[in-house]
Design a protein around this ligand. Structure first.
Ligand SMILES: C[S@@+](CC[C@H](N)C(=O)[O-])C[C@H]1O[C@@H](n2cnc3c(N)ncnc32)[C@H](O)[C@@H]1O
Length: 283
């Protein structure tokens, strides 16, 4: 475990570590678990014997997460498109599902030929109490694209005035995936973009609130939460990813006798020639 005034991060299994978080103290949880699709997270293979076994595992940590959440708290959970129906039905028996969000991205690397390639991941936005939860609309509004060249005027008003040009985003969010050349890129198979977490954290928490991520990976949630002056707790079971968190959050310069350095992205081709920096490799 390592911490500073805002962030505390743990190396270990969230099923073992979540019980140490006091009940009813967390304002926002973002849970991005393995998806049961066979990816490798270091030593860990993301594959369960059946859909049912995976769903049961999800219910066990979701139960713990809900215990830790305040009565006014929000929980966002991601999983694969095929597993989300299990989570959705179960969460509806425990709390209120406010939105089913689609994180849409361009998936140029996946070129399906005999089916429709996957270009989104689902996110469930749930609250304990639909009558009392944080939702900071002003902090997440986006430009409303009406297609009109001139500003539309609302003539129903006593004095006609232009319509508001911003709105709360709908439930389809376009954000590019994290690519090799992006400054935030880390060596991890399913790192989420900071902009995605920024929207979630700004909408569903306030400065000083506590934001928890039980499957921290590269600790994107904690990094963004810390930047936005929220308190944050992250848990990750793979040591190499935990080290990424230690570095990204500025918690230490070295760990296990190893100096924690950012990824060296000076790409060297097989012939030994270095690619000019900033040149897009389509990765
Ligand atoms: C989908 S990734 C999360 C990526 C993260 N949102 C990010 O932006 O980098 C899931 C992570 O959960 C970790 N993990 C798997 N099982 C875990 C467990 N039982 N407790 C804690 N972490 C676990 C994996 O090592 C992996 O890094």
């Amino acid at each position: 475990m390592l911490s500073n005034n805002l962030a505390t991060i743990y190396h270990g299994n969230c099923l073992d570590l979540l019980p140490s978080v006091p009940d009813g103290t967390v304002d926002l949880i973002f849970a991005d678990p393995p998806y049961n699709i066979g990816k490798s997270f270091g030593q860990f293979k993301d594959k369960w014997p059946s859909d049912q076994a995976y769903a049961e595992w999800c219910y066990s940590w979701l139960t713990l997460c809900l215990k830790k959440l305040k009565s006014t708290g929000s929980l966002y959970v991601m999983t694969s498109t095929q597993a989300m129906p299990y989570i959705d039905l179960w969460m509806r028996s425990q709390c209120t599902v406010q939105s089913r969000i689609v994180w849409h991205y361009d998936s140029s690397g996946v070129q399906a030929r005999r089916y429709y390639g996957s270009m989104y991941e689902p996110i469930l936005f749930c609250v304990k109490d639909p009558n009392s939860y944080t939702f900071n609309t002003d902090d997440i509004e986006v430009e409303a694209r009406t297609g009109a060249v001139r500003k539309l005027i609302d003539y129903r008003k006593a004095t006609p005035e232009p319509y508001k040009t911003t709105k709360v985003p709908g439930n389809v969010w376009y954000f590019p995936r994290v690519r090799y050349r992006m400054a935030e890129y880390e060596e991890h198979p399913s790192q989420k973009p900071e902009v995605l977490l920024e929207r979630i954290i700004k909408a569903s928490s306030n400065p000083g609130d506590l934001v928890l991520d039980p499957f921290a990976g590269t600790f994107t949630t904690c990094v963004v939460a810390q930047r936005l002056m929220r308190r944050t707790v992250g848990i990750e079971q793979e040591r190499e990813y935990y080290k990424i968190g230690v570095r990204r959050l500025g918690l230490a310069d070295e760990l296990d006798g190893e100096s924690l350095q950012p990824l060296d992205k000076s790409y060297v081709r097989k012939n030994g020639k270095q690619l000019p920096s900033g040149k897009d490799q389509g990765l």
